[in-house]
Design a protein around this ligand. Structure first.
Ligand SMILES: Cc1cc2nc3c(=O)[nH]c(=O)nc-3n(C[C@H](O)[C@H](O)[C@H](O)COP(=O)(O)O)c2cc1C
Length: 229
């Protein structure tokens, strides 16, 4: 399956065999190219063993991706954008994956990464069973009219994107060929970055992201940026 096809089948996995992912696959994961939303923002990530993290969920995997970033404007949406590409890629390898907002680094077994803040982690590993979706109806998502000012089939990949507690805090408005992206106040822009990643993957040759000065105010939402696809 391609990354674009995976948008319509992916699902968070929370049931794993516990068998570690082999070295060759880990190497492929480490070298898979991820494209940033903000190329100038510094990001650091590692693949670490279970003992390096603290997480209350009992199903956590033997290996995890831990993600750090320099705190700067846009860093959260940048992380969502980068690592949603990883979420899709891991599933094309036949692995299961789940973003883990509740995970923390274990201070007893890790040292801080200088100048970087720990942001989030992804649990990944061999799923116990096929966990992908085979019917679009299996996605529990807001209807199109709740996430945009105009029904737009081009936004379907964003509508299906995962988010923390399935909050789907994104909203899109249209102005000519430009689509403006907003995120609900108090929700994490990381989720908006995830939705943007799906729009990027589905439109890799045409996707362009930029900021527009004086963009329209949407009450209850923060402006994230604008795109054309
Ligand atoms: C930023 C973020 C943090 C998340 N944190 C957790 C978590 O700590 N534990 C968990 O079980 N699922 C977590 N999830 C998974 C979401 O609950 C899941 O993506 C959402 O319910 C949609 O379901 P789906 O991914 O199967 O489509 C997180 C997802 C995102 C995007």
């Amino acid at each position: 399956m391609t990354l674009t096809e995976m948008i319509y089948h992916r699902k968070s996995c929370r049931s794993f065999s516990g068998v570690p992912v082999d070295e060759a696959t880990i190497e492929a994961i480490k070298t898979f190219p991820l494209n940033p939303l903000y190329p100038e923002l510094k990001v650091h990530w590692d693949i670490v063993s279970r003992d390096k993290v603290k997480c209350i969920c009992p199903w956590t995997t033997p290996q995890l991706i831990t993600i750090y970033a320099e705190e700067a404007e846009g860093y959260l949406e940048n992380i969502g954008f980068l690592f949603q590409q990883m979420d899709l890629y891991l599933q094309t390898l036949g692995l299961g994956v789940c973003w883990l907002g509740m995970g923390r680094m274990n201070p007893k077994t890790t040292t801080q990464v200088e100048g970087m803040k720990f942001v989030i982690m992804l649990a990944f590993g061999h799923p116990k069973r096929d966990h992908l979706r085979h019917d679009p109806k299996e996605f529990k998502r807001k209807p199109m009219d709740k996430i945009t000012d105009r029904a737009d089939p081009k936004l379907e990949p964003a509508r299906l994107a995962p988010s923390a507690v399935n909050g789907q805090p994104w909203y899109f408005t249209h102005e000519g060929d430009t689509i403006h992206v907003y995120c609900k106040h108090k929700s994490s822009p990381l989720d908006a970055g995830i939705a943007l990643a799906h729009l990027y993957i589905a439109n890799q040759n045409t996707f362009r992201f930029f900021k527009v000065e004086g963009s329209k105010n949407v009450p209850g939402y923060t402006y994230i940026g604008s795109l054309s696809i």
